[in-house]
Design a protein around this ligand. Structure first.
Ligand code: 5GP
Ligand code: MG
Length: 175
């Protein structure tokens, strides 16, 4: 398989800047005084996206993590979401923004939305850097989206192939 450059680091940065501006301006109005936005980063894929995006936010935040796995080894989703690590803060009474680097079948976000939503957060939204609408199996609404992409298997900027490529600064596709 060959690695083909797809979205360079400058474009990723531009997408992150646009997302962060919109999120900051929205939550500036939503958050009460002394309230922080609870940003939930989905491991491992959104590690780099999360680290970059939160540094651009201008509202107060707290950070937490969940770990899910839908892809096993290889380039095909197993079709089943495995929940491996929960957040450590209580969702109750918090404004929660989940960060995922890509929405594919929609299963991960559908699962998290139900799970975190059941615990009485004040609000619950999703921000995804990328979305592959042609792959959707469960219809989901994406509150903040960087851009749509065609159906390619992506690596880099947090995205892996058998754990390789996560640390690449740009996003490429394998073919
Ligand atoms: P979903 O549950 O929406 O099908 O998939 C969500 C997760 O699957 C993403 O957060 C990501 O971790 C993984 N995923 C989806 N598309 C790709 C891809 O093109 N490449 C890689 N490496 N992972 C992907
Ligand atoms: Mg992910």
């Amino acid at each position: 398989m060959k690695v083909h450059p797809f979205i360079n680091a400058e474009e990723i940065d531009r997408l992150n800047t646009t997302l962060a501006k919109k999120i900051s301006s929205d939550y500036q109005n939503i958050l009460a005084e002394k309230e922080s936005l609870l940003v939930v980063i989905t491991l491992k894929g959104a590690l780099l996206f999360g680290a970059d995006l939160i540094r651009k936010l201008t509202v107060p935040i707290h950070v937490d993590f969940v770990r899910l796995a839908s892809y096993g080894a290889g380039i095909k989703s197993s079709g089943e979401v495995r929940f491996l690590k929960d957040i450590e803060s209580s969702p109750e009474g918090n404004h929660i923004l989940v960060l995922d680097e890509i929405i594919d079948s929609g299963r991960t976000w559908d699962f998290l939305r139900k799970r975190l939503g059941a615990a009485n957060p004040k609000s619950l939204k999703i921000c995804a850097l990328l979305s592959k609408p042609s792959r959707r199996e469960i219809e989901v609404t994406i509150d903040y989206l960087g851009r749509e992409v065609e159906d390619k298997f992506l690596v880099g900027y947090g995205l892996d192939f058998n754990e390789d490529y996560r640390n690449l600064k740009e996003i490429s596709y394998l073919e």
